[in-house]
Design a protein around this ligand. Structure first.
Ligand SMILES: NC(=O)c1ccc[n+]([C@@H]2O[C@H](COP(=O)([O-])OP(=O)(O)OC[C@H]3O[C@@H](n4cnc5c(N)ncnc54)[C@H](OP(=O)(O)O)[C@@H]3O)[C@@H](O)[C@H]2O)c1
Length: 322
């Protein structure tokens, strides 16, 4: 099968297209014939070595496809089933091995492209707003990179709940996209001081929660945007890792909370996974959760896809076709 492998961590040039044998499913595993691959920022963290795994590896944490074969003991899916998954390494290939318990069946109306576009980032938006900080109607949130893959979905889910969304973006074009997705206020954080803007918009009160996936360049100021006992949900670091902090700062800033959640811990049981995926698929089918597909690259151009994502040139979802 065709697959992208990384033999040494580094830049996009480390993604090399190879011909390797397709794997066979072991006990509790399914072999998935991949129809569409979702690109996520985590793919960059693995490629650069920020997130560690054994070398060589096949990158990619999200795909949709058809079950080709199953190993011993698999009951949740069978060959021919249309499925998607998130959070399992090895998607940049024509086939991938997945623990069957991590596969979700696709409803009939959900095509492979949409499934690969919504699975990981949709479930992320779901757990961030329903579990990491369970948002309530009338609450105000600050969301960085609001026109990103997670960003555009999280805005829509937050508006469903009835929260007020303040988003930050780097360009006017992205501001328009975040506004169209439902953001109540959009700040150009490359032009304006977002801390001052948030204080102005909230009349000094601050926000209930900050959803920060940008990290290094936004984290510290984000703490100043919180209300007393508000929560900082740091869920990524697209601009670089946040340096260590003194826990005393949480007191100084108003007895605030800090969490650094990850998808795996919010989809750890099959029940939780199917709850979140079920909600996302239902909202998509009702047309109350819309996907914006930004660009689709062929597998051999995965490096270009990474470059575009890292250069902040994408808005919404980037897909890769095997
Ligand atoms: N913890 C979890 O469970 C989880 C799950 C999914 C995703 N995530 C995280 O969520 C974030 C968003 O992921 P995504 O795949 O949807 O990506 P994305 O938001 O579509 O892309 C990243 C965006 O971050 C912004 N950004 C700000 N500074 C940047 C910099 N120096 N370099 C690159 N980008 C910068 C850019 O938006 P502007 O141009 O508007 O600044 C860029 O478009 C990532 O940090 C990812 O790791 C975490």
């Amino acid at each position: 099968m065709k697959a992208i492998r990384v033999h040494q961590t580094g830049g996009p040039e480390m993604l090399s297209l190879e011909d390797i044998p397709a794997p066979a499913p072991g006990p509790n595993q399914a072999l998935v014939k991949i129809k569409c691959i979702g690109l996520n920022f985590i793919d960059v963290y693995f490629r650069t070595g920020l997130y560690k795994t054994a070398l060589p590896f096949i990158p990619g944490m999200e795909a949709a496809g058809i079950v080709e074969a199953v190993g011993e003991g698999v009951t949740v899916v069978k060959p021919g089933d249309r499925v998607a998954y998130a959070g399992v390494l090895g998607a940049y290939a024509e086939y991938s091995l997945v623990n069957a318990a991590q596969l979700v069946q696709l409803p009939e109306n959900l095509d492979f492209q949409s499934a690969a576009a919504i699975m990981l980032q949709g479930i992320t938006a779901h757990y961030l707003t329903h579990s990491a900080f369970p948002l309530r109607k009338g609450e105000t949130l600050l969301l960085h990179a609001a026109a990103g893959g997670v960003g555009l979905l999280l805005i829509q889910v937050a508006k469903k709940i009835g929260a007020r969304v303040i988003g930050t973006v780097s360009t006017e074009e992205k501001a328009a996209l975040a506004g169209n997705a439902g953001a109540d206020h959009v700040i150009l954080y490359t032009r304006d001081d977002f801390e001052q803007e948030v204080k102005r918009i909230t009349a000094g009160a601050g926000v209930d929660v900050v959803y920060d996936s940008v990290g290094r360049t936004t984290f510290e100021k984000g703490l100043n945007c919180l209300r007393r006992r508000g929560m900082m949900v740091l869920f990524g670091q697209s601009s670089g890792s946040v340096p260590p902090i003194d826990p005393g700062i949480l007191n100084v800033k108003g007895s605030i909370y800090l969490t650094r959640p990850g998808l795996a811990h919010y989809t750890a049981t099959r029940e939780e996974l199917t709850w979140r995926a079920g909600d996302i698929f239902k909202w998509f089918s009702e047309d109350s959760l819309k996907i914006r597909i930004d660009q689709v690259f062929p597998l051999e151009e995965a490096g270009r896809a990474h470059q575009a994502l890292e250069a902040r040139q994408t808005a919404g979802k980037v897909l890769i076709n095997p």
